[in-house]
Design a protein around this ligand. Sequence first.
Ligand SMILES: Nc1ncnc2c1ncn2[C@@H]1O[C@H](COP(=O)(O)OP(=O)(O)OP(=O)(O)O)[C@@H](O)[C@H]1O
Ligand SMILES: [Mg+2]
Length: 356
Amino acid sequence: MLAFRSPLVGESPAFEQVIRTIEKISQTDSTVLITGESGTGKELVARAIHENSTRADKPLVTVNCGAIPAELLEAELFGHIKGAFTGAIQNRVGRFELANGGTIFLDEVGELPLHLQVKLLRVLQTRQFEAVGSSKTMEVDVRIICATNRNLEEAIEKREFREDLYYRLNVIPVKIPSLRERKSDIPVLIQHFVKQFNEVTGHSVEAPSGQIMEALAAYDWPGNIRELENLMERMVILKGQGTVDLGDLPHRIFQQYAESRPAGAGALSEWEFPRMVLPNSGVDLRNIVAAFENHLIDQALARTNNNKNRASELLQMNRTTLVEKLRKRGMITAMPKREDMKSPMAGMGMNSLDNG
Ligand SMILES: Nc1ncnc2c1ncn2[C@@H]1O[C@H](COP(=O)(O)OP(=O)(O)OP(=O)(O)O)[C@@H](O)[C@H]1O
Ligand SMILES: [Mg+2]
């Protein structure tokens, strides 16, 4: 048996359990049902199973059952013959046939219409089917992996999903926990994505640490890993270099962090005087004061959605002074014209600095 290889990052006990399961099952032909919230990595897990199987050099064919209109799905899955229906001007090979020898990944299998559930059940039992309009039975050698973020047991109760099919699909269940159920994976995932996007963009943003990491770890990540991945991509692209500040965090994350802090920790939404101890070796006062100033400016911008008028009010300074300071930091280049000031990034809580 070859060593198990996968691009999956995570070291929490809950995630390692998932890895152990897929490692055990990848070399078998058993049907797998992957469940988990949106963005938890179901597709990545399906691919890891295929790539670690004896079928790895054969195709992995993916069908998103929720994205293809029900009336087209049957022909998509099983193919059709010429003249089977209006518009079927020639024979068409279905995805099951394309996957022959390899693996078929039926994503969002919970969306499969009932009449196709019957057909899939037969494929699971016999590996046989007929193309639409054909009476010729075909037989394929495919491994079937399915995924869903729908609760299939509830769908069975509503009679929207066949119970017999569910048991056939659920031979090996792989449940991927949500990110909030395995928060200890957040730091390694962040490191991974920051490194990845630095490599892709040629930037050199440092992975968040300290209070920023605390804030990211406190957040619930309803969009799971996809949400975290997208945020890291944005931070690396917009920041370019240096460290991420609290002010760079989207408001929802900042908010949740501020609310999660114990009473004694001092509210982040109120003015906090940093408690600093002068080290024996002394400090570079100008640098420290500048860093402190930038930190508060960044927070004011984040909190006002980059509205410089409101940010300067929060900081009790002139808008012109604020703009001048931002220009010195290279955060604004030229004076934007009024009509240029609507940014597609406004509302993301990032320093697009174009919001008034
Ligand atoms: N453990 C992980 N390590 C690294 N990247 C991951 C991990 N899990 C997910 N990802 C990345 O997160 C993103 C979302 O993963 P994926 O598309 O597999 O999720 P999904 O569960 O299929 O989501 P959906 O239900 O919305 O289809 C992808 O870009 C994927 O590469
Ligand atoms: Mg998916």
